[in-house]
Design a protein around this ligand. Structure first.
Ligand SMILES: Cc1ncc(COP(=O)(O)O)c(C=O)c1O
Length: 459
């Protein structure tokens, strides 16, 4: 896991703008050559609001594994979200941002002992399990834990099915585990499930909630006090998707199976908050024209484009998260699209981002834009072959900045006005009046899109 150590900056945008406008501004400066992300924090805020409106009974506990960018996590923390942590390092990250242990679920059913000891010391007591051996380990290292049994209930189809690895059978295994926990003196307080990431079936949530209902009764009968239902992740996150439909299924199932408000309901959305907030820009640094094969016309010729981010970097999502990515040229072109393939920068032939694609002819130095790149990209990327992983350039609309100002750990002393900087300026001098001398103030008047640069110190 890579946690960004240095302070991150946010550009507050005024007037009409889009992430692609921001990319264009940065590229037009002329010195940008490495790939980079533009992260729209407003997307995270809008999704948090949508969640609260559509599923008011379900508290979102953001799945940190999806994208551990500190800005992402601290924004959700400021909004009041809880967190699903899978490891000691994720607990460390979240608690370092001031989140209390009661807002964390350690949702990894197979935990290293040292991580359980760390969670115990940090006061994180709610954790999942799905086996007898995990119960014994928890008995040894955290006998006071508040346990949640993870059951398996898979969507008919999902981008990343998880049931093959985690979740005990709700009928054949879970009742026995509840009884064993009671016999050895452990407290089971609830039931969790994950229907699969990028689930493509909605009815699965109703099925899983029904299983959970039965297990609440089994747990109560075994002597536990069951009060926590965790409906996991699986929600869509790309631009243009919505949780409206799935929220109706979930709300109806909760009303039918868990009408009592004494049952606390949480979820562990990852992709939902992260995917659309991040837009990636990568540059074409080499091209190779393949000779037309016999019988092929010139129009069928194929060009290979080499870009500076690949499957060992952000596009690991193509391999591990089974994502279908889409490349859009930054500059519009009137030329006809032609067959091409897009390759990452490493010397490995596996490093292919899009094997069969179609783009208007691109030249070295052109930029390609990839939307919906925030989920399961940043924490997995490596600098294999020495190619750097992209930096994140965060932006936020001024209206939201005003709203978040009081919630977020930002201070007024940390902002000044100017254009989007090509390279983030150094940390502000605590003795100065807030106007950083190194801020690239625009002598030529307002910048395009009236960008207001704000240096945000994330404490
Ligand atoms: C335990 C757990 N919770 C939540 C998530 C997040 O799922 P999603 O991104 O589909 O919301 C995952 C993803 O792997 C997970 O393993």
């Amino acid at each position: 896991m890579k946690v960004v150590e240095e302070e991150q900056q946010v550009v507050v945008m005024e007037g009409p703008w889009s992430p692609v406008d921001v990319i264009r501004d940065i590229v037009d400066e002329g010195s940008q050559e490495d790939p980079f992300y533009v992260m729209d924090l407003g997307e995270v805020v809008a999704r948090f609001r949508e969640w609260k409106e559509l599923m008011p009974r379900v508290e979102p506990f953001y799945a940190v594994k999806c994208n551990d960018d500190k800005l992402m996590v601290s924004t959700l923390a400021a909004l009041g979200a809880g967190f699903d942590c899978a490891s000691k390092a994720e607990i460390q990250l979240v608690t370092s941002l001031g989140v209390g242990p009661d807002r964390i679920i350690f949702a990894n059913p197979a935990k290293p002992a040292s991580h359980i000891r760390y969670a115990s010391a940090a006061g994180v007591t709610t954790m999942t399990f799905d086996s007898e051996t995990e119960l014994m380990k928890i008995k040894q290292y955290m006998p006071h834990a508040q346990l949640v049994v993870r059951i398996r209930c898979d969507a008919a189809s999902a981008q990343c099915p998880l049931g093959i690895k985690f979740g005990c059978d709700p009928v054949a295994e879970a009742p026995r585990l509840l009884k064993i926990a009671a016999v050895i003196g452990l407290n089971v307080v609830g039931v969790s499930f994950h229907v699969g990431s990028g689930a493509q079936e909605m009815g699965v949530y109703a099925r899983a909630i029904q299983y959970a209902r039965t297990l609440f009764d089994t747990g109560d009968a075994a002597g536990h006090t069951m009060y926590l239902l965790d409906i996991g992740g699986g929600f869509p996150g790309n631009s243009g998707t919505s949780i409206r439909e799935v929220s109706q299924v979930i709300n109806a199932a909760l009303e039918a199976q868990f009408p009592s408000r004494s049952v606390r309901v949480i979820a562990e959305p990852g992709r939902y908050f992260a995917a659309a907030a991040y837009t990636l820009a990568a540059m074409v640094h080499a091209t190779r024209q393949l000779p037309a094969r016999e019988g092929e016309s010139a129009e069928e010729a194929h060009t290979m484009y080499f870009i500076n981010d690949g499957v060992y970097g952000s596009f690991n999502c193509v391999l591990y998260d089974h994502q279908q990515v889409h490349a859009e040229p930054l500059e519009e072109s009137s030329e006809r699209p032609q067959q091409c393939s897009i390759w990452g920068p490493s010397c490995d032939a596996l490093d292919c981002v899009l094997p069969a694609y179609s783009l208007p002819p691109q030249r070295t130095g052109n930029w390609l834009v990839f939307k919906d790149m925030g989920a399961y990209t940043i924490p997995v990327a490596s600098p294999f072959n020495g190619f750097p992983t992209p930096k994140v350039r965060a932006v936020l609309d001024k209206h939201l900045w005003t709203m978040l100002e009081d919630l977020w750990p930002l201070t007024g002393a940390h902002f000044s006005f100017g254009r989007i900087p090509q390279t983030p300026p150094p940390s502000p001098d605590p003795d100065s009046d807030g106007a950083s001398p190194s801020s690239p103030l625009s002598p030529a008047g307002p910048a395009p899109h009236h960008a207001v640069f704000v240096e945000c110190a994330l404490k």
